[in-house]
Ligand binder design. Structure first.
Ligand SMILES: C[S@@+](CC[C@H](N)C(=O)[O-])C[C@H]1O[C@@H](n2cnc3c(N)ncnc32)[C@H](O)[C@@H]1O
Length: 317
């Protein structure tokens, strides 16, 4: 099998520390990657199939229509995808780039292994290197003989950057610049649009998005010996226009105290526990963000409604 996996997942002690930090923040919020254990990854894949959530379908169509033009602009090198999920987007680029190595990063161990095994069968000529890690904390890619001296090409689709707001988004793009060592980055973002449509996309009628958020509480109960009663938190989604983002939260339905890793945390009735944000970028906002992080946008491809864009970023100097 042409799949190699490296496990750099944060340790359980790091999880306790993250929970302490997140529970003392106002409002309470943990890093979004905690949403992705194996069940979280399964639920996210199901969200992508919901009629209200068009981002995945649109981005896949855009990538397959523009694969040749995009890969010609990217040039040759090893593709490095950040947060590959179920790897439904990368195939047209892999085919066009025809490199003997692909590097996929994801925080979700099982999903990463399954995704790379699938890609490995589709692209038997390439080695699939998987790194299970929090990519926002990675300082370099691990050594691999096929990576030596190769130009690196980053791929970050799915509007995943939207989980990071303000300075954290800038820091992540700076981190990717460091990891890519002068290579380009293909960044997929979606634009602000009608709030009701965006709110529906993150609160589908079938309740999959709500289950995805609630799965965070189940994960914490399991991994930190918690006693959270999931039914006492209600899923809420709202568009925050001043920050150009969707906010997803679990709202406490009553005054209650929960225990996690032996520590007790009180929630007032109606208090929100933010599960994630999804920032939406206009082309101008994307340009400003890129510049703050030391990148410039060289080219942009978008769908016919201009809802979803793929940006080619090059180091600014
Ligand atoms: C919104 S999903 C997008 C998946 C896929 N790239 C797509 O476009 O459909 C985000 C993916 O990134 C992974 N992820 C989230 N935060 C991460 C982090 N800090 N480090 C590594 N992977 C992360 C999740 O496990 C998930 O697979």
């Amino acid at each position: 099998m042409n799949v190699e996996l490296l496990d750099l997942h944060p340790a359980p002690a790091d999880l306790e520390q993250l929970v302490r930090e997140g529970m003392t923040a106002i409002p309470r919020q943990l890093p979004a990657w905690l949403l992705y254990d194996s069940e979280g990854s399964r639920l996210f894949a199901a969200i992508c199939e919901q009629p209200e959530y068009s981002l995945t379908r649109t981005e896949i169509a855009l990538l397959s229509q523009q694969a040749e033009a995009i890969s010609a602009s990217l040039g040759s090198g090893v593709l490095v995808e950040f947060g590959i999920g179920n790897a439904r987007k990368v195939s047209p680029l892999l085919k066009a780039l025809n490199s003997d190595l692909f590097v996929g990063l994801d925080i979700s161990r099982t999903a990463l292994r399954d995704a790379l095994e699938g890609l490995g069968r589709e692209h038997p000529q390439s080695t699939m290197l998987g790194i299970c890690c929090d990519h926002s904390q990675l300082t370099d890619l691990p050594h691999h003989p096929l990576l030596d001296g190769q130009r690196r090409i980053g791929f970050f689709p799915g509007s995943s950057l939207g989980n990071f707001s303000g300075d954290k988004a800038v820091a992540l793009l700076q981190r990717f610049r460091q990891l890519l060592k002068g290579g380009p980055l293909l960044l997929g973002l979606d634009q602000p649009r009608t709030p009701t449509l965006l709110e529906a996309a993150y609160n589908d009628a079938a309740g999959v998005s709500a289950a995805f958020a609630q799965n965070l509480l189940k994960r914490l109960n399991r991994e930190l010996q918690g006693d959270i009663d999931v039914s006492r938190f209600e899923y809420r989604v709202r568009w925050q226009s001043s920050q150009s983002r969707i906010e997803m939260a679990l709202v406490s339905t009553c005054s209650q105290t929960i225990t996690l890793a032996g520590q007790r945390w009180h929630f007032d009735a109606d208090e929100a526990w933010i599960t994630e944000h999804s920032v939406k970028y206009s082309p101008t906002a994307a340009e400003e963000l890129a510049l703050r992080a030391g990148w410039r946008i060289q080219q942009r491809w978008h769908d016919e409604n201009d809802h979803v864009s793929l940006h080619l970023l090059l180091p600014a100097n």
